[in-house]
Write a protein that binds this ligand. Structure first.
Ligand code: G3H
Ligand code: 13P
Ligand code: ZN
Length: 310
């Protein structure tokens, strides 16, 4: 099956009250680890490339890796641009064969965000590609841009309705308390479920997206720290909150940080146990296996999208 858009995946997810995992990819081992997990769970999956990923690996290499994954697995896989910040980058990815793009105008005033999103939607739809936009502002670090918690703004439900209506966008990332990176909460983890429910009720049938949704499992942080890391105080979104969000119209859940932690912990372990190791396969292999394990856990137990490939 060729690469798919997210339309069918989201339709099933919305109806079944589960979410499709969207995982950031930067190299071959990450793509392979995610696909092994998706295969084991017979799940559709979204592989997404940030600006940093495209700078590191290039869009061509990432696309070729994702196409190889699709050929080898026959799963429904969407190739998505994560946090596109201009019409030009969205257009380039659409022209290059991405099946979904995000235009992130969340830092702009709403009128400008609407105008920019509308322009991307018109071009994307003319090429059969779907568009995710963002309204509201998440805290945290993404692509070297740091938004302080004080500058984060939750999504206004009425603005969300207006935004979707005026842009004709296919999905919308909303801000309800998640944030990018490993440090999401200084105190107790809290998401604004009341706000999510209101937004979801006002947009029936419409797929919502959660960014900044890594759970930052304590055991992974401990593993990283045990083998020489130094990431004290990291705290993510509890898994049960993500499962609950999926019941309120959240059809796409973005995860990057947890994959980084899992891969890094596995690689650190190899070097800790054998500092003389110098065959990349001996440390990237365990890194890939760790990605598979965490992605499979999320697909099966957290997002509950096992067998969504049917
Ligand atoms: O939302 C951001 C993702 O974690 C991508 O991170 O821009 O460092 O590749 P990156
Ligand atoms: P995390 O940093 O929580 O993994 O979020 C990733 C993300 O939102 C990618 O767009
Ligand atoms: Zn994001």
């Amino acid at each position: 099956m060729p690469l798919v858009t997210t339309t069918e995946l989201f339709k099933k997810a919305y109806e079944g009250k589960f979410a499709i995992g969207a995982f950031n990819v930067n190299n071959m081992e990450i793509v392979q680890g995610i696909i092994e997990a998706a295969k084991a769970e017979n799940s559709g999956v979204i592989l997404q490339a940030s600006a940093g990923a495209r700078k590191y690996a290039s869009a061509e290499f990432l696309k070729a890796l994702v196409e190889a994954a699709e050929k080898e697995s026959s799963l429904p896989i969407a190739l998505h641009l994560d946090h596109g910040d201009s019409f030009e980058i969205c257009k380039q990815c659409i022209d290059d064969g991405f099946t979904s793009v995000m235009i992130d105008g969340s830092s702009l005033p709403i009128e400008e965000n609407i105008a920019l999103t509308k322009k991307v939607v018109e071009y994307a739809h003319s090429k059969g590609v779907v568009v995710e936009a963002e309204l509201g502002k998440l805290a945290g670090v993404e692509d070297d841009v740091k938004v302080d918690a004080a500058d984060a703004t939750y999504t206004d439900p009425d603005d969300a309705v207006r935004f979707v209506k005026e842009t004709n966008v296919d999905s919308l990332a909303i801000a309800i308390g998640t944030s990018h990176g490993a440090y999401k909460f200084s105190g107790d983890a809290k998401l604004d479920f009341e706000r999510l429910e209101v937004i979801s009720n006002k947009l029936p049938g419409f797929p919502l997206v959660l960014h900044g949704a890594s759970s930052v499992p304590a055991e992974l942080v401990d593993l990283c720290n045990k083998y020489g890391g130094n990431i004290p105080g990291a705290k993510g979104v509890p898994e049960e909150m993500l499962s609950k969000a999926a019941e309120y119209g959240v059809c796409k859940i973005n995860v990057d940080t947890d994959l980084r932690l899992a891969m890094t912990a596995a690689i650190r372990k190899v070097f800790n146990e054998n500092p003389a190791e110098f065959d990349p396969r001996k440390y990237l292999g365990p890194g890939r296996q760790a990605i598979k394990e965490i992605v499979q856990h999320k697909i099966k137990n957290v997002f509950r999208c096992s067998n969504s490939a049917k």
